[in-house]
Design a protein. Structure first.
Length: 161
């Protein structure tokens, strides 16, 4: 019995020593070897795939909250992604350009986010997995007072929670 306890204590000591060991070692050529990089988190990979391969935003015409045919194509890809990844929930952010009052743009941003959400629901995504928020003109994607900047700011952005 005493031998088992001593063996267990020795094993725990060895494991504890290994846990604190530094990852910097010297390579055969005399230089330091970089520590191993941990594997990326799956959620980060999903977020990157969503943004780069699916598309996370749609754009709107001035003072409008109707989903265009170009936006519909992006929403179809988003809905397919959402259905494939049923464990995920999403927030749809509504945004506006700098023109108009704060209150008006908050309401318009909410209409845009809701239009996005409704389109996703019509494509088969459960409404309970989608929430909306309006940022109005408070979070511009592009700073500027010209049509190019305004066009990039009139958007709805779908974010994985």
């Amino acid at each position: 019995m005493r031998f088992k306890i001593l063996t267990l204590a020795a094993a725990m000591t060895v494991l504890a020593a290994c846990a604190d060991k530094k990852t910097d070692t010297v390579a055969a050529g005399g230089g330091a070897v970089a520590p191993a990089v941990p594997a990326p988190i799956v959620a980060t990979d999903l977020r990157n795939d969503f943004v780069t391969k699916v598309g996370d935003r749609i754009f709107f015409a001035f003072d409008k909250s109707t989903v265009s045919s170009e936006a519909r194509a992006i929403l179809e890809r988003q809905a397919a992604f959402a259905k494939t990844n049923a464990q995920l929930t999403f927030t749809v952010e509504g945004h506006c350009d700098e023109r108009g009052t704060r209150e008006y743009n908050l309401a318009l941003g909410e209409r845009r986010a809701t239009a996005d959400k409704n389109a996703m629901v019509s494509l088969g995504v459960q409404a309970s997995r989608l929430q909306t928020i309006s940022y109005g003109k408070e979070r511009p994607a592009v700073v500027g007072s010209n049509e190019a900047a305004w066009a990039q700011n009139r958007r709805a952005v779908t974010v994985i929670n």
